[in-house]
Design a protein around this ligand. Structure first.
Ligand code: SF4
Length: 374
């Protein structure tokens, strides 16, 4: 198991010094994100070529299922419409018991899932034992399934309610069945933006520390970015530069997943002047820019069909993307924010979309081992 050296972590979380010392890199990445018109199409072609060189022509997908175990949350993220107030008997309350989770696991096995993706609100009625019991019941029901669970926000919350360090929280989760974790809760890793969109959420430094701690214990994660709200292109570039530097340290990210903001039902859009998500050109510039800038260290760039829809996701396969995500089967978070692209995609739909894009469909596991090439 590889241990990170603490000085490197300390180095990277001095964010002011970090952005100062990476100013020119942030400017270069911003230039990629600004591309429009003919220049953008040239960039997408270059990104597509680079994708071919780096990872070949396969487009991967994973058969997975989401479990969102509670929508009660003490948080107040202004882009979130999934949350219901923490202590209420709200009509939209959803709290799964351990028996419910066992049932969902059985459904996942019947559907051929190799992964369960599990996230929930920061529910004050859930204690640390519940998280451990959740892992135990899944592993006893489906020993071979990969548990991809708990955002860095949830890890911070577990540390708070248990009184244990983040490192010990990860260790206990891992012993009880956690295999990897989603690099969500990243939103935009710039504190001025976080102060507006999610003022009570973990800070940029906390996100970095939690993620690098997980990686240092050998627990891999995804990396995400939510864009198309109040951030600037420079903020997005800063986020990408930060992720690349983290990956240089830990090699713990499995992929990068840009997530466009779904605005319709959110406070951030309705009352705080956020943009109504990204434009199509913004999506293409970001996806192609991500391949060009991150591709050497993040060989996997994923498109989000839940946010972008199947048609746009298919198009994005030609701009540097090599992964189309998972089947999901249930999806609550994007849907509650106003997402309209449905809750599930079958493996057959993925295969047809990928073949029609003149690429080779391949089923993968969470860690990008190829299970089946079609
Ligand atoms: S994004 Fe997560 S932490 Fe924030 S309010 Fe929604 S459920 Fe809570």
């Amino acid at each position: 198991m590889k241990k990170l050296s603490p000085p490197k972590i300390n180095e990277i979380i001095d964010l002011a010094a970090f952005s100062k010392s990476h100013t020119s890199e942030i400017e270069e990445v911003t230039t990629l994100l600004k591309k429009r018109g003919k220049d953008l199409w040239i960039q997408t072609a270059l990104a597509d070529d680079l994708r071919h060189q780096q990872v070949g022509d396969k487009v991967t997908y994973v058969i997975n299922q989401n479990i969102n175990f509670s929508n009660h949350c003490i948080g107040s993220c202004r882009f979130c419409s999934y949350r219901v107030p923490s202590n209420s008997n709200h009509q939209d309350s959803e709290r799964l018991s351990l028996d419910d989770i066992k049932l969902e696991t059985e459904k996942a096995i019947a559907r051929g899932c190799t992964e369960l993706c599990i996230q929930g609100g920061l529910d004050p009625e859930i204690n640390f034992e519940f998280y451990l019991d959740l892992l135990k019941i899944i592993k006893s029901t489906a020993p071979g399934i990969h548990i991809h669970a708990f955002s860095p926000s949830e890890i911070a919350y577990m540390s708070q309610i248990s009184g244990e360090t983040v490192e010990d929280v990860f260790k206990e989760l891992s012993v009880n069945g956690l295999d990897s974790f989603p690099g969500t809760a990243a939103e935009i890793l710039v504190d001025d933006i976080r102060q507006v969109i999610c003022p009570e959420k973990i800070s940029t430094s906390q996100w970095i520390n939690i993620v690098l701690t997980g990686h240092s214990l050998g627990i891999k994660s995804t990396a995400t970015m939510m864009y198309g709200h109040i951030e600037t292109l420079e903020n997005e570039a800063e986020h990408l530069v930060l992720l690349k530097n983290m990956q240089e340290i830990s090699k713990g990210f499995t992929e990068f997943i840009p997530l466009p903001f779904i605005h319709t039902n959110t406070v951030l859009y309705k009352y705080l002047g956020a943009r109504p998500g990204s434009t199509g050109m913004h999506d293409l510039a970001l996806l192609s820019g991500s391949r060009l800038y991150l591709g050497e260290l993040f060989s996997n760039i994923q498109t989000s069909w839940v946010k972008l829809g199947s048609k746009f996701s298919q198009i994005s396969l030609n701009v540097g993307v090599n992964d189309i995500g998972g089947t999901l089967f249930t999806e609550n978070i994007t849907k509650s924010a106003g997402g309209t692209h449905g809750e599930e995609m079958s493996a057959e739909e993925f295969i047809d979309l990928i073949r029609d894009a003149d690429r080779i469909p391949a089923q993968r596991d969470t860690l990008y081992n190829i299970l089946k090439t079609h």
